[in-house]
Design a protein around this ligand. Sequence first.
Ligand SMILES: Cc1ncc(COP(=O)(O)O)c(C=O)c1O
Length: 348
Amino acid sequence: MDKFNRTVVDVIGNTPIVKLNRVATGVDSDIYVKLEYMNPGGSIKDRIGRYICQQAMDKGLLKKGGTIVEATSGNTGVGICLFAAVNECKAVFVMADKQSKEKIDALKGMGAQVVLCPTNVEPEDPRSYYSVAKVLSEQIPNSFYANQYHNEDNPNSHYHSTGPEIFEQTEGKFDTFIAGVGTGGTISGTSRYLKEKMPHLKTIGVDIEGSILAHYHKTGEMIEAKPYVLEGLGEDFLPSNIDFDIIDDFVVVEDQESFTMTRELLEKEGLYVGGSCGAAVCGALKYAKSLEKPEKILVILPDSGSRYLSKIYNNDWMKEHNYPTPKTDENFISSIQKLLPADGVRMM
Ligand SMILES: Cc1ncc(COP(=O)(O)O)c(C=O)c1O
């Protein structure tokens, strides 16, 4: 049993890569996806939770019994909770109130304290989740602010884990790397490693309509962000962890197409993933359609569908927001209905 002498943080990573089939029939390129929901905490952010906190411990910034504070859309919080559990730390998370109930419940269930802040306020506003996290980390004794937006150990974690892992798994035999951009950690750190090994690799970021990132990359100009529903991608400010120079281009996607694709990924590929995964695949398909020659494209799928059961996977929520829901086969449904006894048995 010695080989099992490890904790949950030791088994983060080594996530599988699969090829898309039924959702990618319209393009000549091959699209491969890396399933980060297979991490123990259900997302790619397990990698940064482990690395950022371990670095902080190694540097003496975080001690056993200390408190980890973070501004998170949920997944980083779960990653930090894994580290906190193993290392006997406490955790306080500050979130924008648009985040799904599942993410809030998961963090509370893991024993963390959760603070909710209004979503649509300026980052500098004292009520914003960035400002509140900073103040709490300054005031709570023995606390460490993980600060995924501006802590270089976020991209460094991908430079040391996601990048080498992808290179080993693929032997560098692909043309383009695509990832959604939020804090910028995934795309910046992974691309830095991969481009050192594969100088011809192209890196494409996926941004969401309403965010400022793609426009800034193209023009160097700051614009005002507009509200969008998707969680995890896009920003209304510039995180210093985004290395804009390493990103060759951006593709912009919209809420509706992202959610529709998220549902299709489950229905047609069996991939139970979150909304930013639908967005990333939409971005990859748009990029593939723009190509003259087919390529091999690798896309990161950051998290699990289980975090979005009350939203993207809930037909009532989709209808309320005027997003289309998957077509139902009425003939098939009525053929089942006919087989049911009259009272007390019903189809959902
Ligand atoms: C669900 C989800 N997808 C994608 C991202 C973007 O990754 P990164 O922050 O590394 O740019 C995040 C970041 O919070 C996320 O939570």
